[in-house]
Design a protein around this ligand. Structure first.
Ligand code: NAP
Length: 487
């Protein structure tokens, strides 16, 4: 198929609500503008769902649940497999769309499309491996049997930073497990999800299994769905503050919950590390997604023996990156999502430098259109700097030094968050010791990217609970029923 022009690509994406297998306008006729963060220009308008539309979406998911749960696992898996193939065949379209609405460079958008599609492939395989068990009770008198059942209608709320993958890693296991769903993508990046819904429709997903609503009245539309007794599960990826609010709202219905929240990843480089490998890892851990990732390295702790070498090499690599509109060839760093995000990142840089941090490279926003920030490395960052406790969500790397392993671990754990962490060392015993001591759901050893559809992604502490991907991912969408049989 010939490549679509960007205009034709945008025009090919449905912009209505997808409810009960039908594409339709919002009941109020209202729309939301979708902006290109590299230029501020409006790309298109999508439907702005009302509270009534939200209820209609849940009605459709509830109506489809019983029949969907009876569809053979192999058939559910085949839909996911077909969708995986289709996404891969249309990789360029999905990547361009994502870059236009979110800003990340095309190469990274390609990476996300492949990563996102992998969840469909993985869960197409998991759909046929849902098992219960059979056991003789300890007293020998009864038999214990467990069976799995889909949790039921699920609400999925996703963020703007990974517009496709944050959706597929929820939708994939839900389809595999036999759950129906209402998906609400972030208002700033709805197009990838709408294109995905159309693709799943074309792959034969039955009406009502997947419903997608876009809305600017987010809290008002989501809360009645969350409080509706027919909803059985809420899965949320986004900020910790909103996640906490949603947990409160879900208490009424005692919903099954998965919360993928914020992070504040430490990146530890020990004195025995391969420094070049650590710099390579730092580039990925910091700069993937322009630093707008929950897994992004937020605090760099480097042993004082190798700190100068690491900081010099890292700053050189960061300073050489090409910043610009993500669709342009050769661009490695795109804009941040909006002006508020850019200003927030700059405030953290100014706070750190005012408290004594040294700028090794970058340190400023880029003047002109779009919301660009120069890739920045800060050295000698004091503990009191806000960037040491707050999620930066941008291309800024603060470095501090340490002397002992115990100190590195203590500082790394001194955060309310517990999502990703990175450790560079060549000592196997240290690897095990440190991995056991770190209070994080994910630990990358000598690597800067740890996300993988086959691994359990998720956090501890204020980073939330629940796991996406791996064998654990499908369990989040399954109930375990126990049947006791007297002989
Ligand atoms: P956010 O503001 O919490 O928004 C996330 C989603 O929640 C969006 O769809 C948003 O809709 C929706 N939302 C906002 N207010 C809501 C409300 N009152 N009720 C229900 N839904 C509501 O987060 P963000 O700024 O988009 O994303 C960045 C955050 O996500 C960071 O903290 C990052 O670490 C985290 N994140 C975590 C993971 C993970 O797996 N742990 C992955 C990616 C991102 P609107 O767009 O309409 O506001």
């Amino acid at each position: 198929m010939a490549a679509l022009s960007q205009k034709a690509l945008i025009a090919s994406v449905p912009t209505q609500l997808f409810i009960g297998g039908k594409w339709r306008d919002s009941s109020t006729g209202a729309t939301i503008a979708v902006e290109d963060p590299a230029t501020g220009a409006t790309l298109t308008q999508v439907a702005d769902a009302s509270v009534a539309d939200g209820k209609a979406a849940l009605d459709a998911a509830v109506a489809a649940q019983a029949d969907w749960a009876k569809v053979p696992p192999r058939d559910r898996g085949e839909i996911l497999r077909a969708a995986f193939e289709q996404i891969m065949a249309r990789k360029d379209e999905f990547a361009t769309l994502m870059t236009l609405e979110m800003g990340k460079p095309l190469a990274e958008a390609h990476g996300e499309v492949v990563y996102g599609a992998e969840f469909f492939r993985w869960f197409s395989e998991e759909a046929v491996r849902i098992h219960g068990r059979y056991a003789v009770a300890p007293n020998g008198a009864t038999r214990l049997m467990t069976m799995k059942a889909p949790v039921g209608p699920t609400l999925m709320i996703t963020p703007w930073n990974f517009p496709l993958a944050m959706g597929t890693r929820k939708i994939g296991p839900a389809i595999a497990a036999g759950c129906t769903m209402v998906v609400k993508p972030a208002s700033q990046t709805p197009l990838s999800m709408l294109a995905l819904a159309k693709l799943l429709e074309d792959c034969g997903l039955p009406k009502g299994v997947l419903n997608v609503i876009t809305t600017s009245h987010t809290g008002d539309v989501m809360e009645p769905i969350i409080r509706d007794p027919r909803l059985r599960k809420l899965t949320f990826t986004g900020s910790t503050g909103i996640g906490q609010r949603l947990v409160e709202q879900s208490a009424e219905g005692l919903l099954r919950l998965s919360m993928e929240l914020g992070g504040n990843a430490p990146f530890i480089v020990f004195e025995d590390a391969d420094v070049d490998k650590a710099v390579e890892g730092a580039m990925l851990a910091k700069m993937r997604n322009i630093g707008e990732a929950c897994t992004a390295a937020n605090r760099f702790f480097v042993h004082e023996d190798v700190a100068d070498e690491f900081a010099t090499k890292f700053a050189k690599r960061m300073g050489a990156l090409t910043v610009g509109k993500g669709t342009k060839k050769g661009v490695e760093v795109g804009p941040l999502i909006d002006g508020k995000a850019r200003d927030g990142v700059m405030e953290l840089v100014e706070d750190a430098t005012a408290k004594g941090a040294k700028v090794l490279t970058g340190g400023a926003a880029v003047a002109g259109r779009g919301y660009f920030v120069q890739p920045t490395v800060l050295a000698d960052v004091p503990k009191t700097a806000r960037c040491m406790t707050e999620e930066i969500f941008g291309p800024v790397a603060p470095i501090c030094t340490f002397r002992t392993e115990a100190e590195a671990i203590e500082r790394a754990n001194a955060t309310e968050y517990g999502l990703a962490s990175y450790v560079f060392t060549q000592d196997m015993a240290r690897t095990i010791r440190v991995a056991e001591a770190l209070e994080f759901g994910m630990i990358g050893i000598n690597q800067g990217v740890i996300s993988n559809a086959a691994a359990p992604f998720g956090g501890m502490k204020a980073s939330g609970f629940g796991r996406e991907g791996g064998f654990e991912g499908i369990e989040e969408y399954l109930e375990t029923k126990y049947v006791g049989i007297a002989l």
